[in-house]
Design a protein around this ligand. Structure first.
Ligand SMILES: [Ca+2]
Ligand SMILES: [Ca+2]
Ligand SMILES: [Zn+2]
Length: 306
């Protein structure tokens, strides 16, 4: 898979342009697996979806974005004590009354972000903290329902706020996904306007009973923010040597669902990191990032967002 990943980058880059610019209406049907994808984690792409969990929920959209490791010169550059405060700007998209998150619910989501990234539930403090920078509200049934490229582009073109350091979070129906995000390399492209995170509003803590006990702790945004900060899934690369580009997350052959304690899918040392926010376990099972992920996020911050 690594060979495919490297050799198809130019083609995938063209396909990304085609998907997002030339034919947005044709892009990203939820079942679509792009032709350069090659496995349960999409192989050559940052696969965020098309692959339902054990209950049929399609967790993330496949954005078609190509995954690269960071340049060697960027790795390990961030000091261990580095801290980053990230402004979050919420764009609440509603369809009539549907999706109308309150300011208190949004603040609760920010609180969950701060707990998760500070090690409150487990793992080290990543050094990242988050502040609620603003909220705007738009009643637009098309944007609320959208899962295709066209409406996403219109929505983000109209609403995106701040620079590369601002986390733009769009709450919608999710368009059949729990959420999706772009890796920060997109900030260096002509499609930088796509940078940001879309989540199903029902994943915000206290917002809905839709995902009670499953995806209702706010860990969907925690996970998508991990991608926004350049983390891949713990099962990215399956059992291969580079895997998710993070040394202290044990290799994992495929996504874990529910809370599969003791799961061990690769011959390399270590049980599957089912409690890691970058796996697909249910929210109550997700409790930690690792030191290696913290370093990768901080290095990526300096490279792409600072
Ligand atoms: Ca790893
Ligand atoms: Ca959790
Ligand atoms: Zn993901």
């Amino acid at each position: 898979m690594s060979l495919v990943r490297r050799t198809l980058i130019p083609l995938a880059g063209l396909a990304l342009l085609a998907a997002h610019v030339a034919v947005p209406g044709l892009a990203m049907a939820k079942e679509a697996v792009p032709p350069w994808a090659c496995g349960p984690d999409g192989g050559g792409v940052s696969a965020r979806g098309g692959f339902p969990d054990s209950r049929g929920t399609i967790r993330e959209k496949d954005t078609g974005q190509v995954v690269h490791d960071m340049p060697a010169s960027a790795k390990g550059k961030a000091p261990a004590a580095m801290t980053v405060s990230v402004p979050i700007f919420f764009h609440v998209i509603t369809s009539g009354a549907a999706g109308n998150l309150t300011d208190a619910q949004l603040q609760g989501q920010v609180t969950q972000m701060n707990r998760a990234y500070s090690g409150f539930y487990g793992g080290p403090n990543t050094g990242f903290s988050f502040v609620l920078a603003g909220v705007d509200r738009t009643d637009n049934a098309t944007w609320y329902a959208s899962k295709s490229g066209g409406a996403e582009h219109a929505m983000k073109t109209a609403l995106k706020t701040g620079g590369d350091n601002t986390m733009n979070v769009y709450t919608t129906s999710g368009g059949a996904y729990l959420g999706y995000a772009y890796l920060p390399e997109i900030t260096d492209t002509a499609q930088a306007y796509l940078d940001g995170i879309v989540i199903d509003w029902r994943t915000v803590p206290g917002a809905s009973d839709e995902y009670a006990g499953l995806y209702d702790e706010g860990d969907t945004l925690v996970h998508e923010a991990g991608h926004w900060l350049n983390l891949e899934h713990t099962f990215y690369g399956q059992c291969n040597k580079t895997g998710d580009f993070v040394a202290d997350t044990p290799a994992e052959k495929s996504a874990a669902f529910g809370c599969q304690t003791g799961r061990d899918t690769c011959p390399a040392a270590g049980l599957d990191p089912i409690h890691n926010y970058m796996d697909y376990s249910d929210d109550p099972c997700l409790t930690e990032f690792t030191a290696g992920q913290s370093q990768r996020m901080k290095d990526a911050w300096l490279l792409y967002r600072a």
